[in-house]
Design a protein around this ligand. Structure first.
Ligand code: ADP
Ligand code: MG
Length: 694
């Protein structure tokens, strides 16, 4: 039963951490930190452990001073070492921090949302008196720079002036971080809260925005100052003592023995696919194909590192485009609920970091550059659900390609050079540019998104809202049943003698109940991602190759469009891996390839069919226009060129139109195409409505 003192810490270190101290001595001064697990202190002496939690300032000072002074067998002297305590038994949620936590030793977990550049901070400032040359050292512990009040020298004692002596002052590397609550700790769409953390010396610069961390430290409070003077409110800042980075995917999901039994049983169930599909957004009627794709996205393919250093993503990206009011947003919200580490955001994001990341000089950094993580970074190792993707900021547009394919986001701006990780699957939703979908126009024209970006999606689904009696009836009945169940339950909750039994509610709720409860489904997914790594069988491989070659063959004839590209083949492989995982299979069989070929074909037919010819054309997505359109452009340019030769000058629009109509191109189309050619600089408007090919 010992109180903290140098003696006690020395005894503890010698008994429990002697090896670590020797190791530190070997690597000092490159290494300056010794990591001490809290449980070791508790094992050594419970009272000391409690004192550390309650009075961390004095206890840590003892520990640090002891380490510096300890007798080392080696010829090394410690001058600047740190005892960094890790693995506190309990973590406080950021939203639950209260005044009782002030000046206590606590641990919080979350995501790094912002990080400043690492810059030196002065800790002991040396001032030379300009009158007597005496040097006064002032320890800088507050955020504000403190100058000496008067010269320390008794003979002098004058109030300066003083000059800072850099060589005699002491600096340390420092960084400020902002930690945001992990989305997994949030329930029901709560806004995440944040806590600022100060770190210095060797803790500075070890984390990047997007990292999942546990930060241990002493909670400080600083008085807020307003323009009217000091306020009675205090801000909280964690004085960081240690940072642990969590890099495993589902660390936070624990699965019990009984649950593993249940998972294994489900895996053997021949109905497992339909059970999983019907556990995704059960309150939304229909969309089985989209839900099946979402299921595969949740289970995900496997990321692969090739010997040459390249990495192939395993995450499956899905885009839902469709008319307003077809439940796109609802599907996305459901995705977030099922995916571990799911994040929901909108393309017109409310945060300055947007979807990817930004570097700014702001108040937070106090003049330093700050790197802030956007949604795709915060969703690292999870699922990013981005609504209204077509409305994303132009800054994001340019970094999205890298974010989706390489799954990194590089930032090179002023002082900041960084590569952040964005290893997440993307489930995006977009509305058509003109409000509603037009079946007779190629999709690329109707979505405000660059073709190169669209081609990064493994699957694209078009959800149109076309009235049909049978489907409308079914949806209407489904929606009313869901609302009826809700009404019963509200009445029962609010009126004492409602006469409504729990059984009645349960049976009314049945239509909107998931087959597998979402908690269980999350565990099922986590289990497969940890344990199932399927390998493709020969016949399945052959089937994928045949399917791909079969489609490509259509493109061999120079007059045919290119139907698919290698991107679609990679998508097929990822989807097949996910499909095998759903039934806990370690091999990818024909059953899986059949399934994914069906899904991919459904998607391809929707988005890559040239509405004019009815043929598949990959260029509709990859370059934004199909072959028939490109052919027409060729014809049109030929017409203009020919007329130019005849007229020996620019050609009037009317003449182009009448010539084009002879070749079967409509007037509207001609005007539209000429506008486009003008914007890309292939056609020049010499004078009003007179054109020339460039
Ligand atoms: P979007 O994002 O596509 O514009 P929303 O997700 O906001 O559409 O959906 C509008 C509303 O219509 C939601 O309340 C949704 O539940 C309902 N809804 C639309 N389609 C269906 C459907 N197939 N089944 C059940 N509800 C639906
Ligand atoms: Mg919406």
């Amino acid at each position: 039963m010992a109180q903290s003192s140098h003696q006690v810490w020395e005894d503890f270190f010698k008994r429990y951490y002697w090896e670590s101290i020797l190791d530190l001595a070997n690597h000092y001064p490159e290494k300056r930190s010794m990591f001490v697990e809290f449980s070791d202190i508790a094992r050594y002496d419970m009272e000391l452990a409690n004192e550390l939690l309650e009075h961390p300032d004095s206890a840590l000072a003892h520990a640090n001073e002891t380490l510096v002074r300890i007798d080392l067998p080696a010829d090394v002297e410690f001058t600047n070492t740190h005892v960094r305590i890790i693995k506190l038994p309990e973590r406080v949620q950021i939203r639950e921090l209260r005044s009782v936590h002030i000046n206590k030793f606590i641990a919080v977990s979350g995501l790094i949302r912002k990080a400043t550049e690492v810059r030196p901070k002065i800790i002991n400032a040396a001032f030379r008196c300009q009158r007597c040359e005496h040097v006064t050292v002032v320890h800088q512990s507050e955020g504000k720079f403190i100058e000496p009040y008067e010269c320390e020298d008794e003979m002098c004692g004058r109030k300066g002036p003083f000059k800072l002596v850099h060589e005699e002052s002491e600096f340390v590397d420092a960084q400020k971080l902002r930690v945001q609550e992990s989305p997994d700790d949030l329930r029901g769409g709560e806004q995440p809260q944040t806590l600022d953390v100060d770190v210095d010396d060797d803790l500075a610069g070890i984390v990047a925005p997007g990292d999942r961390v546990v930060v241990t430290g002493i909670l400080r409070s600083y008085q807020r100052s307003t323009q009217q003077g000091k306020s009675t409110f205090f801000d909280l800042v964690l004085d960081g003592v240690s940072i642990e980075i969590e890099d495993k995917e589902f660390e936070d999901i624990e699965i019990s023995k009984e649950e593993i039994e249940e998972i294994l049983d489900l895996g053997k169930d021949p109905q497992v696919y339909s059970k999983v599909i019907h556990s995704i957004a059960p309150s939304i009627y229909g969309y089985d194909e989209v839900k099946e794709a979402m299921a595969l996205q949740l289970f995900s393919g496997m990321p692969k590192s090739l010997p040459d250093g390249t990495r192939i993503r395993g995450d499956i990206h899905i885009l839902l485009v469709g008319d307003p009011g077809v439940a796109k947003s609802q599907l996305l919200r459901y995705g977030v609920r099922l995916a571990p580490r799911g994040i929901y955001t909108s393309g017109k994001s409310s945060t300055s970091a947007g979807l990817t990341a930004t570097a700014v000089k702001d108040e937070f950094g106090e003049g330093r550059w700050t790197l802030e993580a956007g949604a795709l970074v915060l969703a690292d190792m999870g699922l990013a659900c981005v609504d209204e993707l077509d409305k994303m900021e132009s800054d994001d547009r340019s970094s999205m390609h890298e974010a989706m394919e390489q799954q990194t986001i590089s930032i090179a701006k002023a002082g900041i050079m960084a590569t952040l990780k964005s290893r997440c699957a993307l489930l995006g939703a977009a509305n058509p540019k003109f409000g509603r979908f037009d079946r007779y126009e190629p999709i690329a024209k109707q979505i405000n998104m660059p073709p190169a970006l669209m081609s990064r999606f493994d699957l694209i689904f078009i959800l149109t809202d076309e009235p049909s009696v049978s489907r409308d009836t079914a949806i209407a009945e489904h929606i009313l049943k869901a609302h009826y169940a809700g009404q019963l339950s509200i009445r029962r909750d609010n009126i004492i003698n409602s006469g409504i039994t729990l059984d009645e509610i349960t049976s009314a709720m049945e239509v909107i109940q998931p087959v597998i409860q979402s908690g269980m489904l999350r565990k099922y997914i986590a289990y497969t991602k940890r344990n199932i790594f399927p390998i493709i069988q020969d016949d399945a491989r052959k089937q994928l190759i045949d399917f791909y070659l079969g489609l490509r063959k259509q493109g061999e004839d120079p007059n045919s469009p290119v139907p698919v590209t290698a991107r679609q083949l990679e998508a097929l492989i990822r989807l097949a891996e996910a499909s095998a995982r759903v039934r806990l299979s370690n091999i990818i069989t024909k059953e899986d390839t059949d399934r994914v070929i069906r899904i991919v074909m459904a998607s391809l037919k929707q988005v890559m069919t040239d509405p004019e010819t009815g043929r598949l054309d990959a260029d509709i997505i990859n370059v934004g226009m199909g072959k028939s359109q490109r052919d027409r452009i060729k014809v049109l340019k030929e017409i203009i060129r020919k007329l130019e030769g005849e007229y020996k000058s620019a050609v009037p629009l009317g003449d182009i139109i009448s010539k084009a109509e002879e070749s079967g191109i409509k007037k509207d189309t001609v005007e539209d195409m000429i506008q486009k050619l003008k914007t890309v600089g292939e056609v020049l408007e010499v004078t009003n409505e007179r054109f020339k090919v460039v």
